[in-house]
Design a protein around this ligand. Structure first.
Ligand SMILES: Nc1nc2c(ncn2[C@@H]2O[C@H](COP(=O)(O)OP(=O)(O)OP(=O)(O)O)[C@@H](O)[C@H]2O)c(=O)[nH]1
Length: 274
């Protein structure tokens, strides 16, 4: 992976480490389908664009960078972990390993020249871990409800997942996405039928619909770029309205989430951090 490396004057590597070139977003990422889209515009909001050009908002120290919290929910086995791992690590795990409680990744971007991060929370789909996972729903700026395109029941369940995630957040405060995974498993006719059903559900939920495959990687980067762009733009506009210079805004919630992870999650997990 190629990275933008800039040494500072005394020859030391800067901290945080540089954002890789393939996390640099310049053009406004477009939706998957105009039938279920959160925004149809083709370019950045003019006020956000102006704020990006403001040198004060660029290259803040790490502790003042903008960050948005993303929570990924959905039935067990629908492919939440694989979706996150495909984007963050470019890997695909064929064998199923249940998520125990929660796990998270922080993915760094450079959007229109401004550093931005997504804190992506992977939650367990198994009923017995719901009470642990739901403790992390609060403070989300983005909720991603995931279903398996080869298991239509999981699409029906997304309404309930969204309801539970929203019960911890203010109405209208989050961008909502509906993501169908395992696109590679369906023949074209069946895929079209499933996508039609998903567009209907997404419209009901006021969500944006995407169909992806973590196995082949199809649409995975496009989807996360879109998530990052919408979250970033909202963050910039909010700060501009409040007259706040670039700051992460969610620092406290990140700290308390880390603390909760230590207290609540059993040691036997997909990843050692939980
Ligand atoms: N063919 C195919 N299989 C997939 C895809 N995404 C996930 N899978 C498979 O689906 C199974 C479940 O994937 P996970 O990502 O672990 O599911 P999860 O939603 O995180 O499950 P929980 O942790 O129990 O909530 C695994 O066997 C994956 O290999 C995909 O895009 N295509």
């Amino acid at each position: 992976m190629s990275v933008i490396v800039q040494e500072n004057r005394n020859g030391m590597m800067p901290f945080p480490p540089p954002v890789s070139r393939d996390r640099a977003v310049r053009d406004f990422p477009q939706c998957y389908t105009t039938e279920a889209s959160l925004q149809l515009k083709e370019d950045w909001d003019t006020r956000a664009n102006a704020a990006c050009k403001d040198s004060a908002a660029r290259h803040q120290p790490w502790d003042r960078q903008k960050m948005s919290k993303v929570v990924v929910v959905g039935d067990l086995n629908v492919g939440k972990t694989c979706l996150i791992n495909r984007f963050c690590k470019d890997v695909f795990e064929r064998d199923y390993k249940a998520t125990i409680g929660v796990d998270f990744e922080i993915e760094r971007f450079e959007i229109s020249g401004v550093p931005f991060s997504l804190q992506i929370w992977d939650t367990a789909g198994q009923e017995k871990f719901k009470c642990i996972a739901s403790a992390y729903y609060r403070g989300a700026q983005v909720i991603i409800t995931v279903f398996d395109m080869a298991d239509i029941k999981s699409l029906d369940h997304t309404r309930q997942w969204l309801h539970e995630a929203m019960s911890e957040n203010e109405p209208g405060s989050c961008f909502i996405f509906l993501v169908g995974t395992k696109k590679d498993l369906l023949p074209s006719e069946e895929r079209q039928r499933t996508e039609k059903d998903a567009v209907r559900v997404a419209t009901e939920m006021h969500a944006e619909f995407w169909a992806v495959s973590s196995k082949t990687g199809e649409n995975v980067q496009g989807f996360f770029f879109r998530v990052a762009a919408l979250a970033f733009e909202k963050c910039m506009l909010k700060d501009t309205e409040n007259g706040i210079p670039a700051s992460i805004g969610r620092g406290d919630s990140i700290k308390s989430d880390y603390a909760k992870l230590d207290e609540a999650t059993p040691p036997d997990t997909k990843r050692s951090c939980c």
